[in-house]
Design a protein around this ligand. Structure first.
Ligand SMILES: NC(=O)c1ccc[n+]([C@@H]2O[C@H](COP(=O)([O-])OP(=O)(O)OC[C@H]3O[C@@H](n4cnc5c(N)ncnc54)[C@H](OP(=O)(O)O)[C@@H]3O)[C@@H](O)[C@H]2O)c1
Length: 334
């Protein structure tokens, strides 16, 4: 590593005409923003939010030029923070990493030490990247259901966007913990894949649409993990049983929520928000410890594809169109 050396990264910027342009390019150490750590990144991943960042979405990117990648796995090269030392493997995520701050689609990153967490000894870098923020968010969601008293014998748990990053790991985690999982998907050809992950039933996405405007629907689900928002989330809440709990983390189907208070005041349903970015440090470490240990999903390779940084463009298009199943791990140095 020499001061003038260049390394691969993905940069999003505005061109002379103000248009958003982005793609693989090379950066230098002098370009990196100030931060307590210098990290050599091995792996990152492609999340829905990264695709928004890569296309310059103003809801995600605050300043140009920008480097997407809301999670990354790498090795500390230099540390000005006593909690980390050179050579230590870390998970980078949280806060504004990859959104308001430069993220992990770069061979070298200089993040704040607050974004780093030591990689648990029982989690391989490939496993940590396969899980990423998606796995972390799925685990946070499962913890919320458990905290609200949902047990495997409470009844069926519905997971929306079930072939997506958060959704497929939620299916695998719930199944591993003994819950009966109903997976909602728009991808019929993924039925066997979802069953293989642990779904006991697979339901077409269309079944959560056009069910009229009654404030309550027939009660069916003990709870749910929603990753899409909009109408499917409203239908899920309206059809959750008395005392049930639903978590919400995403908005790919819409940010609006057309509901009355009836599910909450007549069935005591709880709606729990999930925010991975600002999860306090202790909870963050506890969740990664679970993911590295007793909650680690079996055979993460079944849900993961590895794609080099240089071949991400079609993957970005595909995730924005809802066409990707599972997780895309980004090989930053290839
Ligand atoms: N709050 C947080 O901390 C947090 C953390 C991570 C992610 N998120 C959010 O969670 C959501 C999912 O993230 P992700 O990275 O898992 O995304 P993803 O991999 O793109 O998965 C989203 C899935 O939603 C389904 N879907 C897509 N378009 C849809 C539509 N119009 N109507 C209904 N379902 C649709 C698709 O699954 P099927 O084909 O199987 O239906 C798709 O694969 C995003 O909104 C993301 O920003 C939030």
């Amino acid at each position: 590593m020499t001061a003038g050396a260049s390394f691969p990264r993905w940069l999003v910027d505005r061109d002379g005409a103000g248009e958003i342009v982005g793609g693989p390019t090379r950066g230098t150490f002098a370009d990196l923003p100030p931060g307590e750590l210098l990290v050599e990144v091995d792996l990152s991943s492609l999340n829905y939010k990264d695709a928004l960042a890569a296309t310059g979405s103003p809801g995600v990117v605050r300043h140009f030029p920008h480097i997407p990648g809301i999670d990354a796995i790498g090795r500390v090269v230099e540390s000005a923070d006593p909690r980390f030392h050179a050579g230590e493997r870390v998970i980078l995520s949280g806060g504004e990493f990859g959104a308001g701050e430069w993220g992990g689609w770069t061979r070298y990153a200089r993040p704040s030490a607050e974004r780093a967490l030591p990689l648990p000894h029982n989690l391989a870098p490939e496993e940590a990247a396969a899980l990423g923020i998606a796995g972390f968010t799925a685990a946070l969601s499962v913890r919320k259901l458990i905290a609200q008293g949902l047990r495997p014998d409470s009844g069926e748990i519905l997971v929306t966007g079930s072939t997506g990053g958060v959704g497929c790991i939620a299916v695998a985690l719930l199944a591993k913990l003994g819950y009966s999982v109903v997976a909602v998907t728009g991808k019929r050809d993924r039925t066997d894949w979802l069953r293989d992950l642990g779904a006991s039933r697979v339901v077409d996405r269309s079944e959560l649409k056009g069910l009229g405007d009654a404030p309550l629907l027939k009660s069916k689900w003990a709870g749910g993990i929603d990753t899409v928002g909009g109408e499917p989330l409203a239908v899920l809440i309206r059809s959750t049983k008395t005392g049930g709990c639903v978590t919400t983390c995403g908005l790919v189907a819409g940010a609006g929520l057309d509901l009355t208070v009836h599910p909450f005041i007549l069935r005591g349903v709880t709606l729990c928000g999930v925010d991975s970015a600002w999860t306090p440090g202790e909870e963050r470490a506890a969740v990664w410890k679970l993911l590295a240990g007793e909650w680690k999903p079996e055979r993460l390779d079944r849900i993961t594809r590895r794609v080099p940084l240089s071949a991400l463009a079609p993957e970005i298009e595909a995730i924005l169109a809802g066409r990707i199943a599972g997780r895309v791990v980004v090989e930053v140095n290839r």
